[in-house]
Design a binder for this molecule. Structure first.
Ligand code: TRP
Length: 453
């Protein structure tokens, strides 16, 4: 039945789809990025705006991506070419492939740090260090050359190894094992954190809104964070959608994946902020938050050795199930549009991304004096990808499904050709035609300063 599609690989089971898509969504974005962005941008008020974007923009964009992917059964570039032939829409897919290069480049940096911290946890390297020593340890490590690059390359190798194994035997299989593991670990950590004396202040920081910190830039960051966390806006979920079987209920899948992603982000906040406040540390430590603040906490608390190990293993697992989804976008494009074998595509993609990634990793070391708009190399890639390319991609994707694709085709895909009821179809169309594109455009133009509201 798939013969006409060159025996295209696909996800085998419903749980597999959920695990793989949630695996993509739940990543460093939830556990490393979400807490520090919340910490820098005002806590609870940021959270409310974030949740609003997840529901009004995130879920509809995710469903739109699944719809495009499953309809076309192709990578993002091929999918736009197939659905809208002889137009320029495939450039949206190409922009996604470009974004994948950038995201995976800086993602590998942080994932590499995570591996170093797994190693430090095992060797008990945090024991008996003062807060200053721990901060120094992190700063020295990230300013180095050999170690951070080595760990990054190891992480990229792991990512490539899973992707080479294929959609069902690599991506789906690993997600089915790793995602339940991740869930158990984060629950344990959240429970441990809220039972620390003094945890209340951290919970208040996370859940009590203070709107005085909110401005246009912060609102754009909330949108960028929502897009980044849900893996939307660059074709990852078009690619995964293309591996979903025709009888799967896409609406349920999109809602479940978004809910799981949001739950894990909040749990990560619950695991981190109470501990931060319980030990009198600062929530706005930036990208070092989990690497500087948490080791302090771990080494002061009973059972810290094991919690530290658990936490950094958790972070590695989360990173891996996401990085494979980013790499898969590039690989699917290379295989289907440029006729490479999967193995060759994976090797070429991961090596070239690693090369860009090394520049990111060296942003605090050899290249620390390179500064672009006040960001280092890492920071500028992260900003452009999360706050520009993803919102722009999301905007174009909803516009495409809302205005370019035939309504009947969208309806068929969303109802799985009449198999599932589509009570929400009209609301969905209303959102993707009007509400989401207008909201994204306003937030985006306002956030980058073109529009002043
Ligand atoms: N969502 C992942 C995270 O939170 C990262 C990620 C995977 C991603 N695929 C993506 C981000 C596609 C943007 C686009 O860590």
């Amino acid at each position: 039945m798939m013969a006409d599609l060159n025996n295209r690989d696909s996800f085998g089971s419903k749980f597999g789809v959920l695990a793989a898509a949630a695996g993509s969504a739940v990543g460093l974005g939830n556990i490393w990025r979400f807490p520090y962005v919340v910490g820098e941008n005002g806590g609870g008020a940021f959270l409310i705006i974030y949740l609003f974007f997840i529901i009004v923009i995130g879920i509809p964009v995710m469903l739109s991506e699944f719809t495009i992917g499953r309809k076309a059964q192709l990578n993002p570039v091929g999918a736009f070419k197939k659905i809208a032939p002889n137009t320029q829409w495939h450039l949206v897919g190409l922009m996604g492939v470009g974004a994948a290069f950038m995201i995976l480049a800086f993602y590998g940096t942080i994932a590499g740090w995570t591996l170093e911290y797994v190693y430090c946890s095992i060797t008990n390297a945090f024991a008996d260090k003062t807060p200053d020593q721990l901060a120094g340890m992190f700063d020295n490590f990230k300013a180095g050359t050999f170690r951070p690059v080595l760990w990054q390359l190891i992480f990229m190798g792991l990512t490539a190894w899973i992707v080479i194994a294929g959609v069902q035997k690599g991506i789906e299989k690993s997600a089915k094992i790793l995602m339940p593991l991740l869930f158990v670990i984060i629950i344990i950590l959240a429970v441990r954190s809220v039972t620390l004396p003094g945890a209340k202040e951290g919970l208040a920081f996370l859940f009590k809104p203070d709107f005085s910190k909110i401005n246009a830039g912060v609102i754009l960051k909330a949108l960028g964070q929502a897009a980044f966390s849900l893996s939307i806006g660059m074709g990852t979920l078009i690619t995964y959608g293309s591996y979903i079987k025709k009888d799967n209920n896409l609406v349920n899948t999109a809602i479940q994946v978004s809910a799981a992603d949001t739950l894990i982000a909040i749990l990560a906040g619950v695991a981190i902020f109470p501990a931060v406040f319980a030990f009198n540390l600062q929530p706005d430590a930036g990208e070092g938050l989990v690497f500087i603040v948490l080791p302090n906490i771990f080494q002061q608390m009973p059972g810290g050795y094991i919690f530290s190990l658990l936490f950094f293993v958790l972070l590695t697992v989360a990173a891996l199930t996401s990085s494979i989804s980013v790499l898969e976008v590039v690989v699917a494009y290379f295989v289907e549009q440029l006729n490479m074998t999967r193995k060759k595509a994976t090797i070429i993609a991961s090596i070239s991304i690693s090369i860009i990634g090394i520049f990111c990793t060296l942003s605090w070391g050899v290249f620390k004096n390179v500064s672009i708009f006040n960001y280092n190399i890492f920071g500028i890639l992260e900003y452009i990808a999360a706050n520009i390319l993803l919102p722009l991609g999301a905007l174009l994707i909803v516009f495409f499904v809302g205005w370019i694709m035939k309504r009947k085709i969208v309806k068929d895909e969303i109802s799985s050709y009449g198999l599932h009821k589509n009570r929400i179809f009209n609301i969905f169309m209303l959102i993707i035609k009007f509400i989401a594109p207008i909201a994204i455009a306003l937030v985006f133009l306002n956030g980058i300063g073109i529009l002043k509201l």
